[in-house]
Design a protein around this ligand. Structure first.
Ligand code: NAD
Length: 362
């Protein structure tokens, strides 16, 4: 698809294709909308990223940042490459990418799938601008404090209070046991929930009586798959028997062809756009509550914004809890009042804020 074909009333403002043959760099930057402030959004590295994925993720950031009430617009960048490539090559690639976006002052990058705090330190070293930095250089390390996973658990708290979905004893399945997924499992376990299934790109593990998070975390820390840490799951994790499903890996994993398989009562969207629009509509009809990505997984970006504006780890935890609970409360109240499905309500909430910000512009 041609990049102009994505343009609507909100954006994108800029689409930049970046190459550096010497470093082997191929990347795309989408600055979607900056009415609320400079665009904030992560940099994803994967072999199969695309302009379409980048644009949709950038738009999701516009909505997420506006929904969270942050003084930031939305943008996203993608780098084509295997994130597990040799460290020295990865550093060269990220540094080359950083120099290329240096002049695009309307975009602040952060970590996403395939990039981390170290990568953001390289970007900051090159151009003096990035978020999600290591603690030693003033960062509030969002993956280290589990910012996004914490926010998902806060969204679950609100669902528990408003919809009577109990967390104590709830059986949780996490697709994508990475930075987001493992912390979601951790904070839900603190509330008495039990992780019964987890997956990563290499396989999945299943124990209806509960998995030991320490064993899974040790496997991941040693570079092994969760699949090596217990009995294998013999089916797609999306349809596993559980109360709470946390898709925390890739987009489009819940679709028309598997939506009927879902057994969970609550879906906490850790990943960005993990479900299709139609699938979310169907989940609503089936009485399954979806906490939409840009409301529920905003913990990371709230933390990044607090860091960018000079706040501390304590400020970040407070902001995540306050903003995600008040947004989820407003969302569920509107869902109940209007009987529309959550994504439509969330989009209306975000759109109202972006449009209001745009009205102040020339
Ligand atoms: P990560 O790289 O730390 O973890 C991703 C995990 O997903 C890994 O364990 C990987 O093996 C697994 N995975 C990849 N493909 C898979 C597949 N097909 N099936 C099952 N597992 C698979 O990344 P992350 O930071 O945890 O991000 C995960 C998702 O959450 C992404 O969609 C990201 O955009 C989104 N997100 C992240 C943050 C954040 O704070 N890190 C914030 C908001 C949204």
């Amino acid at each position: 698809m041609n990049s102009f074909e994505y343009v609507d009333d909100l954006g994108p403002e800029k689409v930049i294709e970046i190459t550096d043959p010497k470093a082997g760099l191929r990347a795309i930057l989408v600055v979607d909308n900056t009415a609320c402030g400079p665009a904030l959004g992560g940099c994803r590295m994967a072999p199969d990223v695309s302009l379409d994925e980048c644009f949709r993720l950038a738009r999701a950031m516009t909505f997420k940042n506006a929904a969270a009430g942050l003084p930031h617009g939305g943008g996203k960048s993608v780098i084509f490459g295997d994130p597990k490539m040799e460290g020295i090559r990865k550093e060269a690639l990220i540094r080359s990418f950083a120099r290329a976006i240096g002049e695009v002052k309307s975009y602040i990058t952060g970590p996403d799938m395939g990039t981390d705090e170290t990568a953001m330190a390289w970007v900051r070293d090159e151009i003096g601008r990035s978020v999600g930095l290591p603690r030693e250089i003033g960062g509030v390390p969002l993956d280290e404090i589990g910012a996004t996973g914490r926010g998902l658990a806060v969204a679950a708290d609100v669902a528990e209070a408003a919809m009577g979905i109990p967390l104590a004893g709830a059986r949780v399945a996490v697709q994508g046991y990475g930075a987001v997924g493992k912390w979601a499992a951790h904070f839900l376990a603190e509330r008495g929930a039990v992780l019964v299934a987890a997956s990563d790109s290499r396989g999945a593990v299943h124990a209806p009586g509960g998995l030991d998070l320490e064993v899974l975390n040790a496997a991941k820390a040693e570079g092994r798959s969760v699949a090596e840490a217990g009995p294998a799951l013999e089916m797609d994790i999306v349809g596993v028997d559980c109360d709470i499903l946390v898709p925390a890996a890739r987009p489009d994993v819940i679709r028309a062809d598997n939506v009927e398989d879902i057994k969970a009562r609550l879906i906490l969207e850790g990943a960005n756009i993990p479900a299709s629009f139609e699938a979310e509509q169907r989940l609503h009809e089936r009485g399954i509550l979806v906490a939409p990505d840009f409301i529920a997984n905003a913990g990371g970006v709230i933390c990044a914004s607090v860091e960018y504006h000079g706040g501390s780890e304590t400020d970040a935890v407070k902001a995540i809890t306050e903003r995600i609970s008040s947004n989820m409360e407003e969302l569920l109240e509107r869902v109940a009042r209007k009987n529309v499905f959550p994504r439509n309500v969330a989009m209306a909430m975000a759109r109202e804020r972006v449009t209001a910000a745009m009205s102040y512009r020339r």
